[in-house]
Design a protein around this ligand. Structure first.
Ligand SMILES: *[C@@H]1O[C@H](CO)[C@@H](O)[C@H](O)[C@H]1NC(C)=O
Ligand SMILES: *[C@@H]1O[C@H](CO)[C@@H](O)[C@H](O)[C@H]1NC(C)=O
Ligand SMILES: *[C@@H]1O[C@H](CO)[C@@H](O)[C@H](O)[C@H]1NC(C)=O
Ligand SMILES: *[C@@H]1O[C@H](CO)[C@@H](O)[C@H](O)[C@H]1NC(C)=O
Length: 214
C-alpha cells in the first residue's frame, strides 16, 4: 500500500510560486476533470513500469485559499484507488483520505498558482484550427529532481496539459495530466468540507511531488 499512497500523493500535490509572476497566473477560482496517467519503475529492474491511470476532479479556490481533489485511479497491478485531498492553506493543513483512513500534513502559506518565475518558455503551438484554435505556451520547470513541462493557454493561462518526469525515493516516474472540462468559479463549496473521519487524522509526512500547478 505504501507505493500506492505515494503514487496518489505525488499526483495530488502542488508547487509554491511567488505572487509577482514573470509569466502568468491561472484564473482565481476554477474546476476541472483531469485525466491522469502515471508510469513508474517500482522494482528498478521491472520489465514493465507500474501504470496508474484515472481521473481527478479538482477545485481550486484562490480567493479562500483552498484546493480539493477527488481521484479515482486504477493500477496495472489490479488496485482501484479513491483518494480525496483537501488542502486548507489558511489553516496550514492538508487532509488525505484513502482506504477509509484520513491523514493530515502541514501546508505552507498560500501562493497564487502561477507559472514559476524560473520556468523557461520552450515553444508555442496551436491546438485545433481556424476560429476554434487554442494557442498554447510550453514551459519547462525544474522541481527538485523532476522536470515538468507545462502546456498553458496563451490567452488566459488556463492549464491544458502537464508532463512530469523524474524520481523520488529511488523510483523513476513519468506522469501526464490532461485538464478537461475546465470551468471558472466553484460550483459548490461543499467539496472543501473536511470529512468527519478526519477528526482523528494521523500525521503523514509530506512526500515529494511531480506536478507544479495543481
Ligand atoms: C531485480 O534484480 C534483483 C537483483 O539482480 C533480483 O534479485 C530481483 O529478483 C529482480 N527483480 C525483478 C522483478 O526482476
Ligand atoms: C476496479 O474497477 C473496475 C471498473 O470499475 C472493475 O471492473 C474491477 O473489478 C475493479 N477491481 C478491483 C480489484 O476491485
Ligand atoms: C465533460 O464535458 C462533456 C461535454 O460537456 C460532458 O459530456 C462530459 O460528461 C464531461 N465529463 C466529465 C467527466 O464531467
Ligand atoms: C478518535 O480519537 C479519540 C481519542 O484518541 C477516541 O476516543 C475516539 O474513539 C476516536 N474516534 C474514532 C472515530 O476513531
Amino acid at each position: 500500500m505504501a507505493i500506492l499512497l505515494y503514487v496518489t500523493i505525488t499526483l495530488a500535490c502542488t508547487v509554491y510560486v511567488h505572487a509577482q509572476s514573470k509569466y502568468c497566473c491561472t484564473p482565481q477560482q476554477w474546476e476541472s476533470v483531469n485525466m491522469l496517467i502515471d508510469g513508474r519503475d517500482t522494482a528498478g529492474n521491472a520489465t514493465k513500469p507500474l501504470l496508474t491511470q484515472g481521473y481527478e476532479q479538482v477545485s481550486v479556490d484562490g480567493v479562500n485559499h483552498k484546493i480539493a481533489s477527488l481521484s479515482t485511479l486504477t493500477t496495472s497491478s489490479g488496485f482501484n484507488i479513491t483518494v480525496q485531498v483537501i488542502q486548507l492553506y489558511d489553516k496550514g493543513i492538508m487532509y488525505t483520505v484513502e482506504d477509509g483512513e484520513c491523514k493530515h500534513s502541514a501546508l505552507p502559506a498560500w501562493t497564487p498558482r502561477c507559472v514559476p518565475d524560473d520556468a523557461k518558455l520552450l515553444t508555442k503551438y496551436s491546438l485545433g484550427q481556424g476560429s476554434v484554435h487554442v494557442d498554447v505556451d510550453v514551459y519547462s520547470v525544474t522541481v527538485g529532481p523532476n522536470t515538468v513541462f507545462l502546456n498553458i493557454a496563451s490567452a488566459d493561462c488556463t492549464p491544458i496539459y502537464q508532463t512530469a518526469y523524474g524520481s523520488a525515493a529511488g523510483v523513476s516516474a513519468l506522469s501526464m495530466k490532461t485538464y478537461s472540462n475546465f470551468t471558472l468559479g466553484i460550483k459548490d463549496p461543499i467539496v472543501f468540507n473536511v470529512p468527519s473521519i478526519c477528526n482523528n487524522a494521523t500525521y503523514l509526512q509530506k512526500l515529494p511531488h511531480l506536478h507544479p500547478l495543481h
